[in-house]
Design a protein around this ligand. Structure first.
Ligand code: HAM
Length: 419
């Protein structure tokens, strides 16, 4: 047997209602906040991610699914949704005359990570991106949309943590402070962090290596280095969140695992799903669009991992809507009646009724058992007698009651039973 690749998961039919519920909630929330759906390719030119996500990140260094296609081009399966959304924005810039552009996506993403609960190699993200506004209201709107989404799913326990990692100016001063701090500890740190020390010392704060984590514990905090504009922006965001009653804590340790962030960064974190506690993360990325060649357009967004949300909801005993069950099962006593049953099922479906019939040649007893198993609300069995007189006994499974109904009236009968 050929097994499923490590770190990937099938969605089984029984899981579908849960996925559809989360996806529908995502779409509903995106809609009321004015975000429109986009779909971008599953693979992009590798350069988009190495430039966009950043070549000092774990994602670009260790986790990308990169390969040469048959034309010898290096392509990569998207490790996240933002870079593709930005490429789409830049490439179609002429179509978006009035900003902000608000886009959302539901997409698979791929990272070659060590799989564990809540961490997969193929996972799915729901994300929002807003292009064009540099104002604190944009940050607040995106954060509140994420909060609304989680609350609608019944995830009240995820804590919002926010931080500001400043702009180029304050970051340069902060990098110097970090370098002075880390320089005496370089020997204790991993090889990648020694590289990061030169290229992007902020990344050291995100290293998973225990030694590096220990050294980083007492590192200077970015909030002490923000320039006046960044500090005012951060105050503006916090004040809007407070005004809207959104609980948050400032965590100066949040730097996020991607290089494109500026100013506001945030994560919703839960204690209920083990080590992979971040269900949703995002932030502002004011330079990314210009780095991809699209001019000076500020942006902000977030993404939530659907598998992690489902895990969290499962652990918290969340109630999911039931999947659809047949409104009626039309069985038959013999081959000829089954042909009539087949036509009746087809007609009921044309009338938008979820109907099922026998496709397996089961005995009447086995058909009744099967109808019960799949949760059919009503069951009718057609035989020679029923077909010749044009009426049949329809059984309501919930109330264990039977009623004689004209076969030509079944559609009306089922539709009336709905209300
Ligand atoms: P991220 O924090 O890398 O941000 O991922 C966002 C979310 O995707 C995480 O909070 C987590 O729920 C989920 N996730 C990430 N990696 C995995 C994995 N290996 N297995 C399962 N779930 C995972 C981004 O991707 C940014 N693009 C978010 C963003 C959008 N920032 C601005 N706009």
């Amino acid at each position: 047997m050929i097994n499923i690749p490590k770190g990937t998961k099938d969605m089984l039919p029984g899981d579908a209602p849960k996925w559809q519920y989360v996806e529908k909630t995502a779409r509903d929330v995106a809609e009321i906040y004015g975000f429109k759906e986009i779909r971008t390719p599953v693979f992009e030119h590798t350069e988009l991610f190495s430039r966009g996500v950043g070549d000092t990140t774990d994602i670009v260094n260790k986790e990308m699914y990169t390969f040469l296609d048959k034309g010898d081009r290096s392509v990569t399966l998207k490790p996240e949704g933002t870079a593709g959304a930005v490429r789409m924005f830049v490439e179609n810039r002429g179509e978006f005359s009035s900003l902000p552009l608000k886009a959302y996506y539901l997409t698979p993403a791929f990272r070659y990570e060590r799989p564990q609960a809540g961490r997969l190699r193929e996972f799915h993200q729901f994300g929002l991106e807003m292009f064009g506004s540099d104002r604190p209201v944009a940050d607040a709107e995106v954060i509140i949309a994420a909060d609304t989404f989680l609350k609608r799913l019944g995830i009240e326990g995820a804590k919002l943590e926010i931080n500001s990692i400043g702009c180029r100016e304050c970051r340069a001063r902060y990098h110097e402070a970090l370098k002075s701090y880390f320089r005496p500890h370089l020997d204790e740190m991993c090889e990648l962090c020694r590289e990061r020390f030169e290229k992007n010392p902020l990344r050291i704060l995100d290293c998973k290596n225990e030694e590096c984590k220990k050294v980083a514990e007492n590192a200077p905090e970015i909030t002490d280095y923000l320039c006046d504009d960044c500090a005012a922006h951060f105050e503006g965001v916090k004040s809007l969140l407070r005004k809207e009653g959104i609980n948050f804590t400032v965590n100066p340790r949040i730097v996020r695992g991607l290089d494109y962030y500026t100013r506001t960064v945030f994560e919703f974190v839960s204690d209920d799903i083990g080590a992979q506690g971040t269900v949703c993360g995002g932030g502002r990325y004011d330079y990314l669009i210009s780095e991809i060649g699209g001019g000076n357009v500020p942006a902000i967004g977030f993404a939530a991992g659907i598998e992690r949300l489902l895990l969290l909801m499962g652990n918290r005993g969340a109630k999911f809507p039931e999947g659809a069950v047949p409104e009626i099962y039309v069985g038959a006593t013999d081959e000829k009646s089954n042909e009539e049953a087949f036509s009746l099922v087809a007609a009921l479906r044309r009338a938008n009724i979820y109907a099922e019939g026998d496709l397996m040649g089961r005995s009447v007893k086995a058909q009744l058992k099967y109808a019960d198993k799949i949760g059919a609300k009503y069951v009718v069995i057609l035989g020679e007698r029923e077909l010749s007189c044009g009426t049949a006994m329809v059984r309501c499974m919930k109330e264990s009651k039977e009623e004689s109904v004209k076969i030509s009236n079944l559609e009306k009968y089922i539709k009336e039973a709905r209300s």
